[in-house]
Design a binder for this molecule. Structure first.
Ligand code: HEM
Length: 399
C-alpha cells in the first residue's frame, strides 16, 4: 500500500491519519517519487541537526528545471536569481555568513505597538453580529502590513507585494509543474525589480528600517554581498513570515473553535496565550514538510539512505509523535514542556519565531477579546493544495 499520498484530497484536508500510519508502519519510508519520508520526532530532529543532511535540494532541483526549460527556449532564470541567497536553501559556510549578518540587525523586537496598530486597522470597524473571513480580513493582510513596516516598504507597494509573495513562496512546494514555474518566474522578476528600486533608494536615503540597516551592515562586511544576493536576502525575509503566519492565525482560530473547552479556558485566562501559541504550533503548525539531501551514505534504523537521496521531514507528524508527546492528538493549551519543532531545529532554526509568536498571540488575543462568541461558518474549510506550507484559503465566520 502506498503510504505517502500528500496530494490526495483527503490528506490535504487532514494529513494526520496518513502521518500516523507512516509513524506506525514505516517511520523511514521510501516514497514512490523516490524520496525518503521521515515521520517520527527522534529521526526528524536527528536529521535536522546532522550536517550530513544539507538544505538546497530545492535549489538544485529548480536549477535543473531551469536548465531543462532553457533548452526549450523558456528562460526561467529569474527564479534562481531570486532564491539564490534564501537562507533556508543554502549551506555553510555561505549560510553561516549570511545568517550572522542578518541576525546582527534583525534584533528590534519591540513590535507590539506596530502589530496592534495594524490589527486595529483591520478589525476596528467590525461589529459583533456580522460575518468576516478570518483569512482575508485578518490573517492574510496582517503579516504583510507588519513586515512592510519593519522593512520600510510604503503602503502603496504592499498589496501588490503580497500577491507576488504568495506566488513566489510556491517555489518551496513539494512538487511544481511547468505552469507553476512560469508563475514563480514572473513573481521573481517583479520582486527583483521592486526590491532593486528599494535598494537603490535606501542606499541614497537610508531610514530606520530593516532594509536600510541591512544595506549599512553589508557595507561594513569584509566581503559584502553583491546587490543581487542582498536582494535575494530581502525577498526571503519578506516572504518567510507571510504564508506561515497566515497559517498560525487562521488554523489556530479554527482549531480553537473546534475545542470549545480550550477556547473557553483561553478567554478566561488570557495569560495562557504564549503557551497556547506553542500548542497550536505543535498541534497543526503551518510548516508540515521540510526537505534535505544526504551528502553521504547514512544508515538510519536499518534503512540505507544513499548519498544524494532526498529526505522529506514531516515536522507536523513529529509533533504528533506519541513517543514524545503525551496524548499527542489532544489540543492542550496548558501543555508543558512543549518541545515542538514547528520552527525546525539546528542551524536553520526559524529566525522569525519571536515575530511569528508575538503576531499570532496579539492577533488571536485581540480577536477573542472582540469576538469571544465567533463561530466558523463552514464545516469543510478549503486548504491550499500544499503540505509544505499548509494554510487555509478562506475561513468565513460569524462574529
Ligand atoms: C508561524 C510562523 C512561522 C513558522 C511556522 C516558521 C517555520 C520555519 C521553519 C520550519 C524554518 C526552518 C526551515 C528549514 O530548516 O529548512 C524556518 C526558517 C526561517 N524562517 Fe520561519 N517560520 C515562521 C515565521 C517566520 C517569520 C515571521 C519570519 C521573519 C520574517 C521567518 C523567517 C525565517 C527565516 C529567515 C528562516 C531561515 C533560517 C535559516 O535558514 O537559517 N519565519 N521558519
Amino acid at each position: 500500500m502506498n503510504l505517502w499520498v500528500p496530494l490526495d484530497q483527503d490528506n490535504v484536508r487532514d494529513p494526520f491519519p496518513m502521518y500516523a500510519r507512516l509513524r506506525q508502519e514505516s517511520p523511514i519510508y521510501k516514497a514512490q517519487t523516490g524520496e525518503w519520508i521521515i515521520s517520527c520526532y527522534e529521526n526528524v530532529k536527528y536529521i535536522l541537526k546532522d550536517q550530513r543532511f544539507r538544505s538546497g535540494n530545492k535549489l538544485e532541483w529548480i536549477n535543473r528545471g531551469i536548465t531543462y526549460f532553457k533548452s526549450r527556449d523558456r528562460d526561467l532564470s529569474a527564479i534562481a536569481t531570486a532564491i539564490n541567497s534564501f537562507l533556508l536553501l543554502i549551506n555553510p559556510p555561505e549560510h553561516t555568513q549570511i545568517r550572522k549578518f542578518v541576525s546582527s540587525v534583525w534584533d528590534d523586537k519591540v513590535v507590539d505597538q506596530l502589530i496592534l496598530e495594524n490589527i486595529d486597522i483591520l478589525l476596528a470597524t467590525r461589529r459583533r453580529g456580522s460575518t468576516l473571513d478570518i483569512v482575508d480580513d485578518l490573517a492574510k493582510p496582517l503579516p504583510n502590513m507588519t513586515i512592510c513596516k519593519i522593512m520600510g516598504i510604503t503602503n502603496d507597494d504592499y498589496e501588490k507585494l503580497s500577491t507576488l509573495s504568495n506566488n513566489l513562496v510556491k517555489v518551496l512546494n513539494l512538487y511544481n509543474s511547468f505552469k507553476d514555474l512560469v508563475n514563480i518566474d514572473s513573481a521573481s522578476k517583479n520582486l527583483i525589480s521592486l526590491f532593486n528600486k528599494l535598494l537603490k533608494s535606501k542606499q541614497q536615503t537610508p531610514g530606520n528600517d530593516l532594509i536600510s540597516k541591512l544595506i549599512v551592515a553589508n557595507e561594513q562586511e569584509s566581503e559584502p554581498l553583491s546587490d543581487e544576493a542582498l536582494i535575494s536576502v530581502f525577498i526571503f525575509l519578506f516572504i518567510a513570515g507571510q504564508e506561515t503566519t497566515i497559517g498560525l492565525i487562521s488554523t489556530g482560530l479554527m482549531h480553537l473553535s473546534k475545542n470549545p473547552d480550550q477556547l473557553g479556558r483561553l478567554i478566561a485566562q488570557p495569560e495562557l496565550m504564549p503557551n497556547a501559541i506553542d500548542e497550536l504550533l505543535r498541534y497543526d503548525g503551518p510548516v508540515h514538510l521540510l526537505g534535505r539531501i544526504a551528502t553521504e551514505d547514512v544508515e538510519l534504523i536499518g534503512k540505507q539512505i544513499k548519498k544524494g537521496d532526498t529526505v522529506t521531514l514531516c515536522l507536523a507528524s513529529a509533533n504528533r509523535d506519541g513517543n514524545y508527546f503525551e496524548q499527542p492528538d489532544t489540543l492542550d493549551l496548558t501543555r508543558t514542556p512543549n518541545r515542538h519543532i514547528a520552527f525546525g531545529s539546528g542551524i536553520h532554526f526559524c529566525l522569525g519565531d519571536w515575530l511569528a509568536k508575538r503576531q499570532g498571540a496579539l492577533a488571536i488575543g485581540k480577536f477573542l477579546e472582540m469576538f469571544p462568541d465567533y463561530r466558523i461558518n463552514t464545516t469543510n474549510p478549503i486548504w491550499n493544495n500544499n503540505l509544505s506550507v499548509r494554510t487555509l484559503k478562506s475561513l468565513p465566520c460569524h462574529i
